[in-house]
Design a binder for this molecule. Structure first.
Ligand SMILES: [Ca+2]
Length: 198
């Protein structure tokens, strides 16, 4: 909380915000687009005390990005619904993966996907704290099954060993320098408690 309060207390005019799990550690980070300044990354370092699940949907009959797909996740008495959306805040695009916080539940008992094609798909007993790629009609698939051969993307969860899924600070800085800064002139700001350290 101190981190968020400190970052949000910086006086500046901002116009857009994009939300996504930049470092693939299971929590949502934020990129804020500032007026007359570089974008600012608010990396969520608050610690993952609760469970979560992340879903990348790949359409086959539906559009490939599954824009418009509606997902219902049931974990015990917890029922949540979300959609894959295009756009978001001003000049911003959120992570297309759907992220559900699960509280203390360590399993999603039932997952219902209503694809834009009209098809409904049901999955069950998905373990928490994992990234899943779900292909329309095929179910959970290996991520490389959804990529054209030879396509290389930036650091993604499936490129890291399961026990090394979370980026270290050094990896995050490298990611910022290699992938974000050349395109967006990002500024990675880190805090220790409420004190800015970089
Ligand atoms: Ca994160």
């Amino acid at each position: 909380m101190l981190l968020a309060l400190a970052a949000l207390a910086i006086p500046q005019a901002s116009r857009g915000a994009a939300f996504g799990d930049l470092d693939n550690d299971g929590d949502i980070d934020v990129v804020v687009e500032n007026l007359d300044g570089t974008p600012m990354i608010l990396r969520n370092n608050g610690g993952n005390q609760k469970h979560w699940i992340s879903l990348e949907l790949v359409g086959s009959k539906s559009n490939r990005l599954a824009i418009g797909a509606r997902v219902k996740a049931i974990a015990g008495s917890l029922v949540q619904v979300d959609e894959v959306r295009s756009g978001g805040s001003y000049l911003s695009q959120n992570d297309l993966r759907i992220h559900f916080g699960l509280g203390n539940a360590n399993t999603v008992d039932r997952l219902e996907i209503r694809w834009p094609s009209g098809r409904t798909q049901v999955l069950s007993d998905l373990a928490a704290n994992h990234f899943y790629v779900v292909k329309e009609s095929a179910g959970v698939v290996a991520p490389e099954k959804t990529r054209p051969a030879g396509v290389v993307v930036g650091p993604r969860p499936w490129s890291l060993a399961n026990d090394q899924r979370s980026m270290t600070n050094d990896q995050m800085v490298k990611y910022n320098n290699d992938f974000l800064r050349p395109n967006f002139q990002s500024a990675l700001i880190r805090y220790s408690g409420d004190r800015r350290i970089a």
